[in-house]
Each structure stands twice: as C-alpha cells, then as structure tokens.
Design a protein around this ligand. Sequence first.
Ligand SMILES: NC(=O)c1ccc[n+]([C@@H]2O[C@H](COP(=O)([O-])OP(=O)(O)OC[C@H]3O[C@@H](n4cnc5c(N)ncnc54)[C@H](OP(=O)(O)O)[C@@H]3O)[C@@H](O)[C@H]2O)c1
Length: 294
Amino acid sequence: MNVAVIGANGQLGSDVVRALAEQGDEVCSLTHTDIELSSSDSVADCLRAQDPDIVINTAAMHHVENCEQQATKAYAVNAIGARNLATVTRELGSVLIHVSTDYVFDGKKGEPYVEDDIPLPLNVYGNSKLAGEHFVRTLNPKHFVLRTSALYGEHPCRAKGGQNFVELMLRLARERGRVRVVNSEFISPTPTADLARQIAVLTRCDAYGLYHATAEGLCSWYEFAREIFAVTATDVGLDVASPAEFPSKVPRPRYSVLENRGLKTLGLNQFEPWQVGLRKYVSQIPTASVVPAA
Ligand SMILES: NC(=O)c1ccc[n+]([C@@H]2O[C@H](COP(=O)([O-])OP(=O)(O)OC[C@H]3O[C@@H](n4cnc5c(N)ncnc54)[C@H](OP(=O)(O)O)[C@@H]3O)[C@@H](O)[C@H]2O)c1
C-alpha cells in the first residue's frame, strides 16, 4: 500500500506513520510545509504527485479558542480543507481516512453517542469539523470518517503547545503537591497509539463509512487524573475543582463519550478500556514508574 499521511509530525500523525510502517506500507509523510489543506491547488498538486492508494488526514485546526476567534480560518482548514481532500482523492480513486471529533455533539444526551445520533456542535471547532465530515461523506464514496476523543500520545499535540493531560498532571503533582481538576466533563481518553492501530486495520478493509473510534469506557477529567496518579503511585493531593475555577470562553459539550458501535458490529474494534491504554502509555514515559496491575 502507498499511503499518504497528512499532519505526519502531529500527535496522532506520528503514531499513524509508525503503525503503517510496521505493517509494511510505503508511507509518504506530509507535514504542513508539504501541503496546505485550505488551498485546493496545494492539495491537488501534492496528492497528484504522490498518487497514493490511501490518504489519511490527521491535520486540523483544533485549538478550540483559536477556532472561535478565527472562524473563517477554522472553516477554511477543517471544512474546505476536507472538501479539497475529498475532491482530489475521488479524482485519484484513493481511499480517504479523515479524523473528526466528539465535539460534533452538544453533550446533552448523557449516555454514549453512537454514529446515528444527530450532531449539534456548540462551537466553531465542532461546526467546522462537522462540515468537513459532510464534504468527505458526500464527495468521496471511498471514505472512513473517524470521530475520536481526548487524544494523548508520545508526540506532543502541536495545536495545544506540547504537554498532554497525563504529562501535565504529573508535572503539576511534582511542582505543587496538590492538584485541582473538574469532575463535571466526561470523555473517553484515547491513546493515539491505539487510534493509529485502528486506522492501520481500516486500511485493509472496504467497509467505508462513519465510525466512532475511542478508548472503551468513560471518565471525568478528575477520574482520569486520579487514575494517572494511582497507576504511577504519585504522592499528591487531588481535589475536585468547581467548573467556575476554569472558566471556558467557548461552550463545550460536558459529555462527549462515544460508543464504537460501528466498529464493534464489524468485529474491527481495536480499542481497550481507557485504564489499560493509560497504563501502557505511562509505562513508556521514562520518568514515570508504573504500579503493577492488580
Ligand atoms: N487532540 C485531541 O484531543 C483531539 C480530540 C478529538 C479529535 N481530534 C482530532 O484529531 C486530529 C489529530 O489531532 P492531533 O492532536 O494529532 O493534532 P496536532 O498534534 O495539533 O497535529 C495537527 C497537524 O496538522 C497540521 N496542520 C494544521 N493546520 C494545517 C493546514 N492548514 N494544512 C496542513 N496541515 C495542517 C499541523 O501542522 P503545524 O503544527 O505545523 O501547523 C500538525 O502537523 C485532528 O483532526 C483533531 O481535530 C483531536
């Protein structure tokens, strides 16, 4: 397989490149200097030159506050960019695997969202990503749209400036000895290594469509922090913070848990419980020691 990965130096893209190389694919790693999603010329020139069997798009403008302040740019990248990719991949006969987000939902369902649930994004980021999903789904029949949630991985998230939540918690514990985290927003913390493995599996299949793709189970950010400290035997005080302590300028879903119903129906779901993914991730951090599983 000749696979082009867009956003190849990002948090997810780096792991996707590795997972594809491990399964023997010929990988073309494309970074922002190689391709500009919002430019139809750039997308066409770059992909026509590569003529890949599969294009995997992990690139996005996904800093939620920046999207809100620069809505035109967010739509240019996340919506028109997806349209550009879908148009060119259809012309080339390539499969397009496009990564989307749990933020397409408003969070009011209060139980895990499945693929059939009607999206209703609360902010520019979610709306622009949903528009991108629609373009991909309508313009290239050979597509996978994968909605994921709360990513963390070995490589830094470029949009969020470095440290992921796990590293942030461990650093704050070291520096302050006491940490406060909100207990009112629920997510499925998903290791990028697991999502990359899921994407690699989908490159060998033609069950095109929209899929939810997150770690199994759910937790609040407080519960995620508690598990991080338990797994690493970190001696720290952990308190529940009120949402008012960390006010967000942008509305966000308070419950964005996704159920991987489509992948499970196909027998293709690669994800493990979020606690298992966390344990594996932490065991690779050089400075963290991991408590043996009970
Ligand atoms: N991070 C999360 O918690 C999370 C949760 C749910 C869904 N997602 C989705 O998961 C995907 C991957 O996220 P991530 O955390 O791996 O992101 P990331 O580390 O910020 O990487 C994003 C990549 O996209 C590139 N990029 C940004 N704008 C671009 C443009 N206009 N044209 C071409 N490339 C561009 C960036 O390059 P530069 O940095 O050089 O600009 C970077 O390489 C995104 O689609 C995101 O919406 C993320």
